[in-house]
Design a protein around this ligand. Sequence first.
Ligand code: ADP
Ligand code: MG
Length: 285
Amino acid sequence: MSKVCIVFDRLRTEEKMLQKEALDLGHDAVMLDAKITQINTDNRKDDFDLGDVVLERCVSYFRGLHFTASLEFLDVPVLNKFEVANVCGNKMFMTLLLKKHNVPTPRTYFSFSSQSALENIEKVGYPLVIKPVIGSWGRGVMPLKDRDTTDAIFEIREITDSPHDRIYYLQEMINRPPRDIRVITIDDRPIAAMYRKSTGGFKTNIALGADPELCEITKEMEDMAAKASQAMGGGILGIDMMEDEKKGLVVHEVNNTVEFKGLARVSKQNIPKEMIEFALQYVRK
Ligand SMILES: Nc1ncnc2c1ncn2[C@@H]1O[C@H](COP(=O)(O)OP(=O)(O)O)[C@@H](O)[C@H]1O
Ligand SMILES: [Mg+2]
């Protein structure tokens, strides 16, 4: 019998599903609350009940990333690896890696001051999309269609203290149907996919109320998802794609701690089961 440790900060349906699948498969599962766990430089692996492999599932990206660093310090196998979490958590690093690995991705512009971002916009024109380099659930992702909106958004950024607000990540607005595609990959292998259909707004995040609808994984999606996963360093990932009117499929995001509640509702695959099986096979390798 093996033991899986699920690290969380808020117990969502996903974490409970993972725990249940581990138990149903005849393994042991421990739930570890990152918020009340203390680690010091003299700690050893055996000071904790971490099982054979850890699934890091914190909602807070920074909490999860730093917790992962301490687990790797203790030489505990953790999914996803620190390096993978690190690049997926920052949209700029992620976009650069996708492009470097020849994964089709929207054209993205990086500037390091509001003045320089404005100069770039004068050159490339509207419409654009601005995104915080760190963030999820569509928070802070905004369409930029004119100078007035841009000035307002940039002015707010100027008066905040967030270091990440100094980084201007602007992207071409993709002409697409009112949906995007989420592919879950495990070890570079797509296991399930859904369309996320907007219920009105510009963004298609499930967290914002988009409807999940099963999506047949085409060969093109499969290849693209595998390549995007490899570019990040593998593990358990959520690859997001849009259907550009002219360019075809483009990958706009790779998610590190993937939510799968919506997809589990419509998919025939047992997603949490596949994740647990992979985690255990990962430590046996
Ligand atoms: N370049 C773009 N063109 C059109 N729509 C976009 C673009 N980038 C993002 N979106 C929409 O906004 C949503 C959120 O953007 P995303 O980059 O996935 O950020 P988050 O990490 O917050 O989910 C996407 O799911 C998509 O619906
Ligand atoms: Mg997204």
